[in-house]
Design a protein around this ligand. Structure first.
Ligand code: SF4
Length: 742
């Protein structure tokens, strides 16, 4: 099959790979340039929706700061190298650390863009398998780990995360999420603000529960301000009302749910009156909201990053799903449902680590003694594990598509620790705040140089749709794609020499193992393929998926060629009930009140009596940002300074904080200076900073971002603050002092 042939008239269609909205784009090509880009109105999924970030993919491709060749450090300077030379240097550095310190001295960091990259998403598991590194850090513990943990405990799988069926619901409650900026997170659906309008048009309602009146709240029917970190108390109070007023209805899921009585008992003293002062939501409002959810013809309660990156992240994340169960809104149209991807994701396979049972705390970090949870220690441990001498000290680090020097809590400490490494190798397209400390940088391809087909994020997509994108421009001959880079680095870290690495044989073995996991005979299908790599894997994912042809067993089923022939994608319909099919807990039932989660209720109860002494800081994101990247593109950063501290007028006045003036913000972790924006979009007592900024470091090669540097909010995030049930960082609800900088 030829997947790279240009379409007629040099018009290409492709999916924007930057976020979960998966927008279809139409690109007009002239030679090696994109001369026009517009939304693909015929895209079966996004139907012409696009945001400002997707429109600048051509500029991202052309960005002169984007690395096209490997860089090797020579003292303080960098020099471009050939790929052979770069891999030889990687082998030398990793081999040296292995020989001197052993495997425990090597670690890796996996960043968020990995999930959106065609190669990385499919091969990061192979990297982990080949390297067998004992500890790997990831952006997961500053993002969604509480949801992974709650889903693992409730349903038996950490990546089957139920999603709100927003296209059919009559009532959508959003806690700690801002789709206006994120475009959806752990929720894949294009044009979510449009969905809010459509919910209203069919007589429904959207409620946003958030400390900030976000762009989403502005579009919704109601904004309910809440003190950060108190969502779990609010949700238990909702449960309390449901039980007290006999509004609980499990419907036909009653036989598959454990723990209803435990939830009733836990919620018994979280009355609306008891939590009202802590959440700063009137008891009447809580009671009304509970009744509204219960009375709606269908309702979907959804929580996102504000619920995860907080003190009670796991408890709050679990309770979101509990409310959906109690009101009969789980696993039915318009409620919370599981996705049905056309192409299964490697993440959807059962985790072999837990084949003999789920266990937390299988190992502890060396310095802090943090117990692992689902294979992850808090990201904030990475700095101390690099900086603290002793057996097991990290001496070599491989970073994959991540910028932890910006995104890790206590970021200043990590920035100081990274130069102490004997070996740092970064798979990254930019010389940024993290990779400036590397010894070798191995750049991947531009989004327009590689194929695309989302898989992981379709596990929480609102329809079973898919779209294959062929590369728009061919990569420079001889340039490896990210999958080959990961394969080689994994093998090197695992102790192989470059000469021993047979890329083809390893990839064939990986493909065969994944085929076997799907019940497909690898020996029969391997001869069908000429090429290797992620496109071969994608064909397997589709053909052995729920709509696939199973290599001829299901005539008319889908193959990769079906998508090559359908440039606007293929839509196999809306969500269908899947809970019973996917449930994989030891009991065979949904664990609404798993002991690991419920053990946190006394700590939450104690929170109700803990007064807040200072202002509380929360994070925020902007539509034109994507965490710490996309800041090197002028169209996305020009205009008014976005890296500002939002302060309510009632908090600004007594502190003499003037709009536009510089403020000094201090937490127990650090101090930053940042301009103030006085705005009533914040609830009183809470201030907000965007994350992902701080591009003022020496040695970065980000010309545009440096001119719009901003400050790094993670300087203020204390590394010790984590949700103990998941190891996830607490970056929302940090106590800070704010004063005029002068
Ligand atoms: S919303 Fe924007 S960034 Fe996300 S996929 Fe669509 S165009 Fe890309």
């Amino acid at each position: 099959m030829d997947t790279t042939t240009p379409a007629a008239r040099d018009v290409r269609y492709r999916t924007c790979p930057l976020c979960e909205a998966m927008c279809g784009l139409e690109l007009e090509i002239e030679g090696d340039r994109v001369v026009r880009l517009r939304p693909d109105d015929a895209d079966v999924w996004s139907k012409g929706y696009v945001c400002p970030k997707g429109a600048i993919l051509p500029q991202l491709h052309a960005d002169p700061d984007r690395l096209r060749a490997p860089l090797i450090r020579d003292g303080e300077a960098w020099r471009e190298a050939t790929w052979d030379e770069a891999f030889r240097r990687c082998a030398e550095l990793l081999g040296g650390v292995l020989a001197r310190h052993g495997k425990t001295a090597i670690s890796a960091y996996i960043g968020n863009p990995t999930a959106h990259n065609f190669s990385l998403a499919r091969y990061v598991g192979l990297f982990m398998g080949l390297s067998q590194l004992p500890v790997i850090y990831s952006a997961g513990t500053v993002d969604q780990w509480p949801k992974n943990v709650s889903c693992m405990l409730m349903y038996g799988h950490m990546w089957w995360i139920p999603t709100p069926d927003v296209q059919r619901t009559q009532y959508w409650m959003i806690l700690g999420g801002n789709p206006q900026a994120s475009q959806g997170s752990l929720l894949a659906c294009p044009d979510l603000l449009g969905e809010i309008d459509r919910i209203r048009a069919r007589g429904g309602k959207t409620v946003v529960v958030d400390p900030r009146r976000t762009g989403t709240a502005d579009r919704a029917d109601e904004w309910v301000a809440i003190v950060p970190g108190t969502d779990a108390a609010f949700l238990l109070a909702i449960c309390n009302v449901l039980f007290a007023e006999s509004l609980v209805r499990l419907g036909d899921l009653a036989d598959v749910v454990n723990g209803v009585d435990e939830i009733r008992a836990a919620a018994s003293d979280f009355t609306p009156e008891r939590v009202a002062a802590t959440c700063r939501i009137p008891a009447d409002t809580i009671r009304r909201l509970a009744r509204e959810i219960a009375a709606a013809p269908s309702a979907a309660v959804y929580g996102r990053i504000g619920l995860c990156n907080q003190e009670f992240g796991t408890l709050a994340s679990a309770l979101v799903d509990v409310v959906n169960f109690l009101t009969g809104n789980f696993d039915r149209p318009g409620g919370l449902m599981f996705g049905k991807p056309i192409a299964w994701s490697v993440n959807s396979l059962p985790n072999p680590e837990f084949a003999s049972g789920l266990e937390f705390g299988r190992w502890k970090t060396r310095v802090r003694g943090a117990a692992e949870i689902l294979g992850q220690a808090p990201l904030s441990c990475m700095a101390e594990e690099i900086a603290t001498p002793g057996e097991g000290q990290i001496k070599a680090l491989i970073t994959i598509a991540g910028n932890p020097a910006i995104s890790a809590p206590d970021a200043g400490r990590l920035d100081e620790a990274l130069p102490q490494l004997e070996c740092m190798i970064s798979v990254d397209n930019y010389l940024n705040e993290t990779t400036r400390h590397a010894h070798v940088i191995l750049p991947g391809l531009s989004p327009l140089e590689q194929p695309h087909f989302d898989d992981l994020i379709t596990m929480w997509a609102v329809r079973s749709a898919g779209n294959y994108s062929a590369p728009v421009f061919p990569p420079v001959p001889g340039r490896p794609a990210e999958w080959e880079i990961l394969l080689k680095l994994g093998a090197l870290a695992g102790g192989m020499t470059l000469e021993q690495i047979d890329v083809g044989a390893i990839d064939d073995g990986y493909f065969a193992a994944l085929a076997m996991a799907q019940g497909v005979d690898a020996a029969t299908i391997l001869p069908l393929y000429e090429g290797r790599g992620p496109e071969r894997l994608l064909d397997l994912q589709i053909r052995s998926g729920p709509f696939g042809d199973r290599y001829g067993e299901r005539p008319g089923g889908l193959t990769l060629q079906s998508f090559v022939d359908a440039p606007h994608g293929i839509d196999m319909g809306p969500l269908v009930p899947r809970l019973r099919e996917l449930l994989a807990t030891p009991s065979g039932k949904v664990e609404l009140a798993h002991g690991h989660v419920m053990a946190d209720v006394p700590r939450l109860r104690a929170r109700l009596d803990r007064p807040v002494q200072r202002l509380l800081l929360v994070s925020r994101r902007h539509l034109r940002s994507n965490n710490s990247w996309m800041h090197n593109l002028e169209p996305l950063v020009r205009g008014r300074d976005r890296c500002t501290l939002l302060v309510h007028p009632d908090d600004a006045r007594p502190r003499s904080l003037a709009d536009g003036a510089l403020a000094r913000v201090t937490s127990e972790a650090g101090t930053i200076l940042v301009p103030v924006r006085v705005s009533d979009e914040m609830m009183p007592g809470v201030v907000s900073l965007p994350h992902g900024w701080g591009h003022d470091k020496d040695g970065i090669r980000l010309g545009v971002a440096r001119r719009h540097a901003g400050v790094n909010s993670n300087i203020l995030s204390p590394g010790r603050l984590v949700d103990p049930l998941s190891n996830n960082a607490v970056v929302n609800g940090i106590e800070v002092e704010v004063a005029p900088a002068g």
